[in-house]
Design a protein around this ligand. Structure first.
Ligand SMILES: [Zn+2]
Ligand SMILES: [Zn+2]
Length: 446
């Protein structure tokens, strides 16, 4: 692997003593921004896939340790016991008061970077299936790590201004949505102080750098992967009367599944059923034995999710029955137990409170209320089914001029996960640190 992370380990941290704890937060951020942008570029050039964040986690842990945090590595437990969990937990106890947990992800994606940036990733590796893939921080988790390292520096230097316990976590495997759950399963809230608040940020490929967005209530959907195997009775393509054609059944199932959201679901409960993959057959004139479908289901409310899954099973099995497929060849419908994640619910009181803090720190023009989306992430697990107030805010990462041109009819901007996604480091990281630090100082003020 062409990972250049060892270089990072030699990166020294600019001591904050020179900046002076009394200096304003803005000035302290400016003093540190240059070195943090360098950190960002190095992290960007050395991405690691989900479940393989070894060097990234070592670097991240080392940086926090150097700042005086008590750091524990390899926190977490996957369902597959032979996988190592690279979760990092850093704790700073600073007197009585609330416990606030900040989360960043550590992992990157199998994307071949095409940004052309000087610090673009050239990393190639093998994925879990043994295939050669390129790796890129195409979701901006390197922005999140750098923002957290900057926030960690600020809060370590400003200890006189807050009281309580700060917990910073580096979470692996967000992109495959089993990282947050694995850290909770591995004792995150038993081995370390249980938080009163959980906060994270995620960069945005649509919002201008310098801005933050907030979404009170449900902001992202739950996600469930569903695998359907439709089994028929294969035979010659010219002798359909001797077969039970699973391709026809699959086609009917796909169309009928689209009536779940349109006809069975309450229209004001957002939901999506997408069939993202269909595979069956080998040749023009053979009716195959099987067809495989892969679906994703999105919803906010748990009862809606459960109803949709039940409908998928009922419709699929009903259509196969109607086609005359015998019971012992009935479709197999599997709801994934690993590729599933809860909805993200931004506790409204906490979210509004922090939005007011952001207005003070960044100016009213730079804080925007954003509508919810049906995309998913595993941050929701850290709230333990909404028992702990949690909020995930959005960090603008795009050149404002490009956003303007795109809105005025120009080319659409590259989305997250795109090989062309290139956040503007300086203003994005500056804003991330300012927002996150201000949020913690508010929740833990003396
Ligand atoms: Zn992502
Ligand atoms: Zn992400």
């Amino acid at each position: 692997m062409l990972i250049r992370l060892p270089l990072l380990l030699s990166l020294c941290i600019i001591p904050l003593a020179t900046a002076g704890a009394q200096q304003s937060l803005d000035a302290m951020i400016e003093t540190n921004l240059g070195s943090l942008v360098e950190t960002y570029k190095m992290l960007h050039a050395a991405p690691e896939l989900s479940h393989h964040e070894e060097k990234t986690s070592v670097f991240f842990a080392g940086q926090l340790r150097a700042l005086g945090y008590t750091v524990t590595e390899r926190v977490g437990k996957y369902e597959t016991p032979e996988w190592t969990n690279y979760g990092v937990v850093a704790v700073m106890k600073n007197g009585p008061g609330p416990t606030v947990l900040l989360r960043t992800e550590l992992d990157a994606l199998p994307v071949d970077e095409m940004t052309g940036l000087a610090y673009a990733s050239k990393v190639k590796t093998k994925n879990d299936a043994g295939l050669d893939v390129s790796v890129m921080h195409a979701c901006g988790h390197d922005i999140h790590m750098t923002s957290m390292l900057g926030t960690a520096r600020m809060l370590a230097a400003l200890k006189a201004q807050w009281s309580g316990t700060l917990v910073l976590i580096g979470q692996p495997a967000e992109e495959v949505i089993d990282g947050a759950r694995s850290m909770v399963r591995g004792g995150l809230y038993e081995r370390f102080p249980r938080p009163d608040y959980v906060i994270a940020l995620h960069d945005s490929a649509d919002l201008e750098a310098g801005k933050v967005g907030y979404t009170p209530g449900y902001s992202m959907a739950s996600s469930t992967s569903v695998d359907i195997k439709i089994r028929g009775l294969g035979g010659h393509g010219a002798r359909p009367e001797t077969t039970k054609d699973p391709i026809i059944v699959a086609a009917q199932v796909i169309m009928a599944l689209q009536t779940i959201v349109s006809r069975e679901n309450f229209p004001l409960d957002p939901a999506v059923v997408t069939v993202g993959s269909i595979h069956g057959g080998t040749k023009h004139n053979i009716i195959p034995n099987e067809v495989d479908l892969q679906l994703t289901v999105r919803a906010y409310k748990e009862e809606v999710r459960k109803r949709i899954l039940a409908s998928i099973e009922r419709i699929t099995k009903g259509i196969a029955l109607a086609a005359g497929i015998p019971d012992d060849r009935a479709p197999i419908v599997k709801f994934s137990e690993t590729q599933v994640t809860a909805a993200t619910y931004n506790e409204p009181q906490l979210t509004e409170k922090l939005a007011a803090v952001f207005v003070k720190a960044l100016g009213a023009d730079n804080v925007v209320k954003l509508p919810p989306v049906m995309m998913s992430e595993d941050f929701g697990y850290l709230s333990l089914d909404q028992k702990i107030p949690a909020t995930l805010f959005t960090l603008g990462a795009v050149d404002p001029l490009k956003v303007k041109q795109s809105k005025e009819g120009g080319a659409p901007l590259p989305s997250l996960h795109s090989a062309l996604f290139a956040p503007v480091p300086e203003p994005t990281i500056r804003t991330g640190i300012k927002a996150m630090t201000s949020a913690v100082l508010e929740l833990m003020k003396k």
